[in-house]
Design a protein around this ligand. Structure first.
Ligand SMILES: Cc1cc2nc3c(=O)[nH]c(=O)nc-3n(C[C@H](O)[C@H](O)[C@H](O)COP(=O)(O)O)c2cc1C
Length: 180
């Protein structure tokens, strides 16, 4: 059965390595009949959760009326969430983390998401550089009860487009293609 996928790209760089990796994932996923909605959250206006608890008394509605409102609509219609990010200081970007924090409304109104995947790119040659990001992703999906569909990472990409021709692109396409 095809899935409704929401992909959150945390990179602020247009056509950066994360977006290139995300786009081949999307090609693969759409080729096998899934629908994908991509948000370039790195360039959207979403500020962090302020713990105002408005959502707890308003059926999961967030008090902040910024670009997150558009993302909420898609998240409340999604089966699978893809977190895509460059590694910044050993973690996901602050922009993506703000979106994740704002998903706290799901405590008041659960989202239909059941599955997740991670795409992460980074400049370092040492795979240790991505370990904290993977651990964070694993902790999130465990907490949410989501099934892991796969993780694709790419080391040694620093400048825009460095990822072109590297093996992670085929891995991301296969990951997308395998989602049914
Ligand atoms: C603020 C900042 C922090 C970064 N921190 C790390 C890091 O901790 N480890 C690493 O390997 N690369 C780090 N990088 C490099 C990026 O992960 C790398 O340039 C990546 O390819 C950017 O992806 P993008 O093209 O999708 O934006 C950092 C880059 C920036 C701008």
């Amino acid at each position: 059965m095809s899935k409704k996928i929401v992909l959150l790209n945390g990179s602020p760089r247009k056509n950066g390595n994360t977006e290139i990796l995300a786009d081949v994932f999307i090609q693969g996923a759409e080729a096998s009949g899934n629908t994908v909605t991509k948000f370039n959250v790195g360039r959207m206006k979403v500020t962090g959760c302020t713990d105002c608890k408005y959502c707890f008394t308003h059926l999961g509605e967030c008090a902040k009326k910024d670009d997150m409102q558009e993302i909420y609509k898609a998240l409340y219609d999604a089966d699978l969430l893809v977190l895509a990010s460059p590694v910044y200081w050993h973690g996901m970007t602050a922009q993506l983390k703000s979106v994740i924090d704002r998903m706290n409304v799901s405590t008041a109104k659960p989202m239909p998401i059941t599955d997740a995947a991670l795409l992460a790119v980074y400049g370092d040659t040492d795979t240790e550089a991505v370990e904290a990001t993977i651990s964070h992703y694993k902790a999130i999906i465990k907490y949410m009860g989501w099934r892991d569909c796969g993780i694709v990472t790419q080391s040694e990409v620093m400048e825009k487009g460095d990822i072109s021709g590297l093996s992670s692109l085929a891995a991301a396409k296969d990951l997308g293609n395998g989602i049914q």
